[in-house]
Design a protein. Structure first.
Length: 198
């Protein structure tokens, strides 16, 4: 079957959270849904602002290591480092100008992050837990500050951090509550985050 006209191909390749919002507006324009896309983006931006406003004046910014893959060990990239910054943390390895990349385990031990968040790309909490054993078997895991202080989390990355859509804003809110629970409460959806060793 032949189409009556050539389709418009829209390539979406966001790097930052703002790029995701811009893509929503682009899609709205191309589908004649500008008013709806603007409404969605406005609502999402208000929630982003609420997190950044709450976390902007923090005096302590914990170092956070977001693990996107365990073998090899990869730190999360793309929008995650920016989200960590917005949520009042310091990304131990990630770079908001690039994607995910492999990290040497010795560098993880040297960095000794305050918090570790396991967010394997595309996996939910139960599937991500299956990868935890390989981390626990690594030399020095039990001596890491985050492990000692019970600051290791597993999150539903498949729903809230891996995919470039509106639910990244929920992911931001989740990160804000993990990093600064004293400032952000009630933002984590049920069954989407598991804190280990508690």
């Amino acid at each position: 079957m032949k189409l009556d006209q050539s389709p418009d191909i829209v390539s979406l390749d966001p790097q930052l959270l703002s790029d995701v919002l811009n893509d929503i507006e682009r899609i709205g324009e191309m589908t004649g849904s500008q008013a709806k896309s603007k409404e969605i983006v406005t609502g999402l931006q208000q929630r982003i602002n609420a997190v950044t406003d709450a976390c902007s004046a923090v005096s302590l910014r914990p170092s956070v290591f977001c693990i996107e893959w365990v073998d090899p060990i990869m730190c999360a990239g793309h929008w995650i480092p920016e989200m960590i910054e917005m949520a009042g943390g310091l990304d131990a390895f990630g770079d908001k100008t690039r994607g995910s990349f492999v990290i040497d385990w010795e560098d993880v031990k040297k960095a000794d992050p305050d918090k570790i968040i396991l967010m394997p790309c595309g996996f939910g909490v139960s599937r991500a837990l299956k990868d935890l054993e390989s981390l626990q078997e690594r030399d020095g895991w039990s001596s890491l500050k985050a492990v000692q202080n019970q600051e290791v989390y597993v999150i539903d990355a498949g729903s809230y951090t891996s995919r470039s859509g509106p639910r990244l804003v929920i992911g931001l809110e989740m990160l804000a509550e993990i990093i600064h629970p004293e400032l952000n409460a009630g933002l984590i959806p049920e069954n989407s985050v598991l804190r280990l060793y508690t």
